[in-house]
Write a protein of this length. Structure first.
Length: 155
C-alpha cells in the first residue's frame, strides 16, 4: 500500500472534482434518510460507477456506497478486477468495504473524512491490497460535516 502526497496541483483539482461527485451521491443517501456516504469509481478520468448507502432502503447491512459502486464498476468493465480504477468515497471504508476493495485490486482509493470508529485503518491497514494507493483528506471538512450533521439530527 502506498500513501500519496501531491506533487502537482492538477492531481488535487481532479481529486476534488471526483470527490465532489461522491458528495452528490452522499446527498442522494441523505435524501433517503440513509447515512450520507457516497462513492464514485473513475477509469481514465471518467466516472464509470456511482453508489450511495442503501442499507436501510434495501434492508441490507452490506449495501454500503462502496459495495454499490464496486458492483456497478465491475459490470461496466466486464471483469472483477479494478486495478486501473480509482474509488472516491466520502468516508474512510469500513473493514468490509476495504476487504472488498482488496479483492477488486482497485488501483487507488481516495477518501474524504476519516472514520475514527469503524474505519479499516483502526483495525488493520493491511486489509487494503498492497498495490493500492491511498489518498486521504480530500474535501475532508465537507465530507465530515455531512455525516456529523446527519447524526446530530438523529439524536
Amino acid at each position: 500500500m502506498t500513501y500519496y502526497s501531491f506533487d502537482n496541483e492538477s492531481n488535487l483539482v481532479a481529486d476534488e472534482y471526483f470527490m465532489s461527485e461522491a458528495l452528490k451521491e452522499a446527498q442522494k443517501a441523505l435524501d433517503l434518510d440513509e447515512v450520507p456516504i457516497g462513492a464514485v469509481i473513475v477509469y481514465k478520468n471518467r466516472i464509470i460507477a456511482r453508489g450511495h448507502n442503501l442499507s436501510e432502503t434495501l434492508n441490507d447491512t452490506t449495501a454500503h456506497a462502496e459495495m454499490q459502486a464496486f458492483t456497478a464498476a465491475t459490470n461496466h468493465i466486464g471483469g472483477k478486477y479494478l486495478q486501473q480504477c480509482t474509488l472516491y468515497v466520502t468516508l474512510e471504508p469500513c473493514v468490509m468495504c476495504a476487504g472488498a476493495a482488496f479483492w477488486t485490486q482497485i488501483g487507488k482509493i481516495v477518501y474524504g473524512a476519516r472514520d475514527e470508529k469503524r474505519g479499516y485503518s483502526i483495525f488493520n491497514e493491511a486489509i487494503i491490497h498492497p498495490k493500492t494507493t491511498i489518498i486521504t483528506g480530500i474535501l475532508e471538512q465537507r465530507c465530515a460535516a455531512l455525516i456529523k450533521g446527519f447524526f446530530q439530527k438523529k439524536r
